[in-house]
Ligand binder design. Structure first.
Ligand SMILES: [Zn+2]
Length: 425
């Protein structure tokens, strides 16, 4: 990981198409789907990835540069699969629309009109354009208008897509002036331990532990298991299209939840003086041979990198840097005396075989992650830990979203047994 973190933002707009050819844009998203499928198919066949863009571009009825962007995204999905098994092997038989990804001033263009509207021109097919005006929230339009008139923002790739039958454009911007604080210049290090059904957070400064928190999200685990079973069932019955629909629904559900959890992490981290968020580096985790079944299980059960990416992206917007540490022994080490042994941990319970210290295991792991973060990235010392604050838990509550499951509790809303708080979105 490099020191500098780009400050990027994605703005969502609705397309008010005025060139009377909305069908052209939809056709282009179907063509993008074909490009995606073909890329995945070739990659599965073992075709050299470098050769895929040209092979696919020859047959695609899209602007060449746009084809390349869609191919790159499909290969990204394959790479994700090989590295992290996030959502299973990508399918090459999906139908329906796929986002049309385009480079600014190549596949699409934006311009400001005299009355302050932002006009778009998307090259849906070679020499065929879709034109109109962007509609969206004032906040997003404001930023885009600024981006079009100043050097503060650089306009990047965009995706044209259909969401509930409405045409949308999602534009990526990079801020060239506002920087994320140097991670070595932090006063508090927030260790984040990501698990299948929770994240544990600990904020550590030179003075000791500032606070720690466990955010439970059992519904993600529950829903992923539920979808997994359903998908297996329809797959066995040979109903691939239903399988793909379920997969899409699961992805949307998980992403929505992960966005909310990541927002929560950043909100919590913001309260501390010059915070730096520290994660376990998953690459190092995969590369080393054996971190025990816990790690293996974790790798297969949660889209970790997605949560890290969302958190780091949202943190960057608050000027909060992200850092990475090697995950070795973070779950086995006693945060009080340093004794490291696998037997210290039994599921969610931690009991040090040397000093007898007892803790919630994931909270303990988040302390160790913070400790490693200080050692690796800060020039101040790890404080001596004589006692840890009581573990505080909050439980994310399912909101009324259509895809959301019902989470039931025996206790009234607002408070749970053992002092846990519920949080609504
Ligand atoms: Zn100990």
């Amino acid at each position: 990981m490099t020191d500098a973190q780009a400050l990027v933002k994605t703005l969502d707009f609705q397309l008010d198409i005025q060139s009377d050819n909305e069908g052209l844009l939809y056709d282009a998203t179907l063509e993008a789907r074909s490009v995606y499928n073909e890329t995945i198919r070739l990659a599965k066949q073992g075709v050299d990835w470098d050769a895929i863009p040209d092979r696919v571009a020859d047959d695609a009825n899209l602007v060449k540069n746009t084809t390349q962007r869609v191919v790159a995204k499909a290969l990204g999905a394959m790479e994700n699969y090989y590295e992290y098994d996030n959502f299973g092997l990508p399918s090459h038989t999906k139908d329906g629309a796929y986002p049309l990804r385009a480079n600014y001033e190549e596949g699409y263009n934006l311009s400001l009109t005299d009355n302050g509207d932002v006009e778009f021109r998307i090259s849906a097919k070679p020499y065929k354009h879709v034109k109109g005006v962007l509609k969206g929230s004032d906040a997003h339009l404001d930023i885009l208008q600024t981006a079009l008139t100043s050097d503060e923002w650089k306009i990047g790739t965009a995706e044209a897509l259909f969401h509930s039958e409405n045409a949308e454009l999602h534009v990526n911007l990079t801020n060239t002036e506002q920087t994320v604080r140097d991670k070595q210049d932090s006063r508090t290090v927030v260790g984040v331990d990501v698990n299948e059904d929770n994240v544990a957070l600990t904020a550590l400064s030179e003075d000791g532990i500032e606070d720690s928190l466990v955010i439970d999200f059992p519904e993600i685990k529950f829903e992923r298991h539920r979808y997994f079973t359903m998908r297996k069932r329809v797959q066995n019955a040979g109903k691939d299209s239903i399988h793909d629909t379920l997969e899409g629904r699961e992805e949307r559900f998980v992403r929505d939840r992960l966005h909310k959890v990541s927002r929560h992490i950043v909100e919590w981290g913001r309260q501390f003086e010059r915070a730096c968020i520290v994660f376990e580096d998953l690459k190092e985790m995969r590369d080393s041979i054996d971190y025990g079944t816990r790690m293996n299980r974790r790798l297969h059960h949660l889209p970790f990198r997605t949560l890290q990416f969302y958190t780091s992206y949202k943190a960057a917007f608050e000027g909060i840097p992200t850092a990475w540490i090697n995950p070795e022994y973070t779950s086995q080490r006693c945060p009080m005396c340093g004794h490291t042994e696998r037997a210290n941990r039994h599921k969610k319970r931690f009991k040090c075989r040397d000093c007898g210290h007892q803790d919630h295991s994931d909270r303990g792991a988040s302390v160790n992650i913070a400790v490693k973060g200080i050692k690796k990235h800060q020039d101040w010392n790890v404080p001596a830990l004589n006692s840890l604050p009581q573990v505080r838990k909050v439980r994310r509550r399912a909101s009324g979203a259509v895809d959301a499951p019902t989470v039931t509790h025996p206790t009234a809303r607002g408070h749970l047994a053992d002092g846990r708080l519920e949080v609504s979105d």
